[in-house]
Ligand binder design. Sequence first.
Ligand SMILES: [Zn+2]
Length: 564
Amino acid sequence: MKSVFAASLFLSLLLCAACSQAPEGAGADAIIAAVPGGDISADNLAQSLRVLTSDEFEGRAPDTPGEEKTVEYIAARFAEAGLEPAGDDGGWMQQVALERSEIDGPVAARFTTRAGVRELVQGEDIAVETLYPHDRVDLRDVPLMFAGYGITAPELGWDDYAGLDVTDKIVVVLVNDPDFESGEGDFGGRAMTYYGRWTYKYEEAARRGAAGALIVHETEPAAYPWATVRNGRNGPQYDIVRKDAASHHLPMRGWMQREVAERLFRESGLDFDAEKRAAQVRGFTGYPLAGASASLAFDVRRGRIASRNVAGILPGAERPEETVILSGHWDSYGVIADADDRGDRIVNGAVDNATAIASLIEIARVFAAGPRPARSLLFLAVTAEESGLLGARYYAANPLRPLDTTVADLNMEMWSPDGPTRDISSWGVGKVSLERDLIETARREGRGYTPDENLEAGLFYRADHFAFAQAGVPSITIGPGVDQVDGGVAGGKAARAAYFERCYHQPCDEFSDDWDMRGPVADTRTVYRLAADLANRGDWPQWDEGSEFRAEREKSAAARAASN
Ligand SMILES: [Zn+2]
């Protein structure tokens, strides 16, 4: 990991030196084919963005009239671009069966400690939810147990649950992993591992038979503010339909504000920060919070819905059975309960992730306008990413094209409207050859590559490509760089920080005609060229030695060899 980082950083430093001397595309090495169809068009990208982010699309939440408009729009644009339908039964849509679960009415919640009873306000103090198959949560005076970071990692000799029986108890756990704050250790230091993700913590607590889990929110290790937590739990929750839902899901799960946890620990005779530090030391094991219990009651409205992935294909000229997937998620957060200070309740999801859908449509257009690549290209707009990568998970479980002969998934997220950059990036460190392919493609264009500098956010586990990775398919999520042509790295980082602080998953993530489209155009062009390269090559991208996904891919390599 470190050497990849160092090599890439060195490379991008070299390239940035080159870039500052020559305009984009004019470097000595930058002998690259013209993009067919008159190049990636800023106007086309802006037009798609204008429509997808309009209030008429109601923030593109699954299972709303906004979904209908969104998927119909994408399908129409795929058709207009020249793709063929690749969904179920010869159509554009892949039906995605989801469980839907929504809190119905008020949440009654309180902590009881030695200091007395304290009422908790949903959205302010806590943000709870459930995906458990029941119609009411009614937990009364359930003991609270502190389980540190909530991690059981046998390969690292770490078990926060050792000797702790949390059956039918509520566990209180910390966000991220034990070495985030020290920056050094077995859990990747500042980089978040899967053990740091809230999804993992819920899964582990459910395996332990807990009645619930409450994660203590802290902005830095969570990598997002409380508003993001609250807004993300304001509406319905979804999962793919599971036979084992009752054992897979906790009866109740959620977050609490750090201040609420501090008080809870204090009233249990403990200091939160001291206990947190203790939980960062190997050998820590969890314990009951003396005298503390929680009661939570709320009704749940449940149902099954069908959302949709949109799929279009450009069959390959020579090896059509081999497929390169380009993907992005179409969903955003819809209409939320709490208006922002401008009175806006619609999370239009412009940067996240209408930018990627606009690129998907535009890349389809230029491919269809040019010579047909050897391999097939599948354009996949997936649903319910924001609910847990569900459209991508559904696809990976029910692929429209065999995964054995799926070359790669190139997923796109969140292009930047803040001005063009000298570089491009990808999320997380994936230990996958596609990262080097991306670096090489960018280099030929006279652009650099900046590895994810925000490894603490655990982005590798927070984008749709992760669902493909778990199924063994080499995959990356490509995102914008940070080294602005006009503002440098400082400008790029400031713009990124401002977006995450103010607009990420909030109503202010809106498109405006003032957007600088040069960044999205350049990034879309790089993705097009990488896809063209992969679709014309004969080899198969690989997970590197040490990647947790390599073993799964080796099975599909064996399957390909057997069928040849
Ligand atoms: Zn996104």
